[in-house]
Each structure stands twice: as C-alpha cells, then as structure tokens.
Design a binder for this molecule. Structure first.
Ligand SMILES: [Mn+2]
Length: 239
C-alpha cells in the first residue's frame, strides 16, 4: 500500500510550471500509488464548484483520470480553496476529507490537517478565518454570481497580507501548544499537514510519548514535493 500526500500547490493560470509539474506527477508518481491525499490549497483560489476558469477544467480532467489508474483521490480544502464541495467531488471522483480527520496510514492512525488551524499565534488570521468560515458568510458569497464572486475574491486577496495570510512570508509557523492540543484530542502519534510552507519532520513530546509532525512543502515554479507512505515508512520526495 502506497499513499502520497501533497498540499499547497496554489494552482492558477499565473503558475504554469506548477501546473505542468502537477500534471506530470499525476501521470507518473500518483498513478502508481494506491491513494493520493491532497491536504488543502490545491488551488490558489476556489470561488465555487461552478467555476470553469482555466486551468480548472484541465485539473479536474487530470484528477478524474486517476480513478482509471485505480488511485483513490482524497481531498481536503485549505484556507484558499475551502469552498471545494460536492460538485468538485462529482467532477473528479474525489472523496472529500474534513479538516482535521484521522485516517489509517500504514496501519497507524494519523491526523491529517491543512495546518492553518495550528497557527494560533496569528490572532488576526484566526479572526479572518472564523469570519470566512461562518455559514452565513459562505451562504451570502455563494448566492452571488460568478463574476461578483471573482471580484470579491480578488479584492480580498489584494488586502493586506497581514489580515489574510495569503502571502508565504506572512504565514506564521504553528503554535506548539496548539499542536499538542490536537494530538491530545485525537490521541494520535502522527500528524501530517501543510500550509506553513516550512517543510520538515518534527518530534513533538506530549503526554503519551513522542509524536511525529510531518510538514508538506509548498509547490513553486522551481519545484514541488510530496510525502510518501509505504513499507511502514514516511519519506519526503521532490518533484
Ligand atoms: Mn494554506
């Protein structure tokens, strides 16, 4: 059983090399895996499942192709694409994952998250997050036309990075106590997340022992990466 984990590709028409790297990854590495987990921010922005601005149709088609290669696709929304919903799932054959969720990986329970909920030192960001995730905010946004939603999203994104944490340099790292709180509440010794753009492997001491926190890399025009789980090990890879 081989599972792959990726996140933070921020796919958009402005990042053609990331797109082609991702399409090549789906054709080769992902097609050989049993499951591909995408832990948020696959897209730079997601204004609704009805949006078909390029490169969305190409990405949906490529993801749908994974099912034909017998790779299961499991997708979690991130802070940029949390509006990914049932329409996306229907178009791609993906199973949508809640954030956080616990999955059995290599026979062990692992907590999967996008990671933004761990960055509690950034109080302004967490306030903005709570507002954006409010069902009333989402309903009001979803009721608007596609052009209106596109305009609102771009206005929001052009606001200060401090409020929205959309720029890499503005994203704070995780808060250690918050990480431990999640390990405690889900009783797991493994955590995989992205978002912070600080890829790595960290040991975290908590009440039940020492947990491992794997952080996925951001994909840029110069490179991308993934975490692979097979033969009982988790290994980081570049692509
Ligand atoms: Mn993110």
């Amino acid at each position: 059983m081989t599972d792959l984990f990726i996140s933070d590709l921020h796919l958009s028409a402005e990042r053609p090399k990331v797109l082609s790297r991702f399409l090549a990854f789906l054709q080769a590495r992902a097609a050989e895996a049993d499951r591909l987990f995408i832990l948020g921010d696959l897209f730079d922005v997601w204004i609704g499942d009805d949006d078909r601005e390029p490169p969305i149709p190409l990405v949906l088609e490529a993801l749908a192709g994974l099912a034909e290669r017998n790779t299961r696709l499991l997708v979690m929304g991130g802070n940029r694409d949390f509006l990914i919903g049932e329409g996306f799932a229907a178009a791609t054959g993906a199973e949508l994952l809640a954030d956080p969720c616990v999955m059995e990986i290599q026979g062990r329970p692992m907590l999967l998250m996008h990671g933004d909920q761990l960055c509690t030192d950034d109080v302004t960001y967490q306030q903005a997050r709570a507002y954006l995730r409010n069902p009333a905010t989402i309903a009001e946004f979803a009721a608007r036309s596609l052009p209106e939603r596109r305009l609102l999203a771009s206005q929001y994104r052009s606001k200060s990075g401090e409020a929205t944490s959309l720029k890499a340099a503005d994203i704070m790292d995780v808060n250690r106590a918050t990480v431990v709180e999640y390990l405690e509440s889900y009783q797991v010794n493994y955590l995989v997340h992205g978002h912070t753009h600080r890829p790595g492997k960290h040991r975290v001491a908590w009440r039940r022992g020492t947990a491992t926190r794997h952080v996925l890399p951001e994909w840029t025009e110069s490179g991308g990466g993934y975490l692979a789980a097979s033969d009982g090990k988790l290994t980081a890879g570049d692509c």
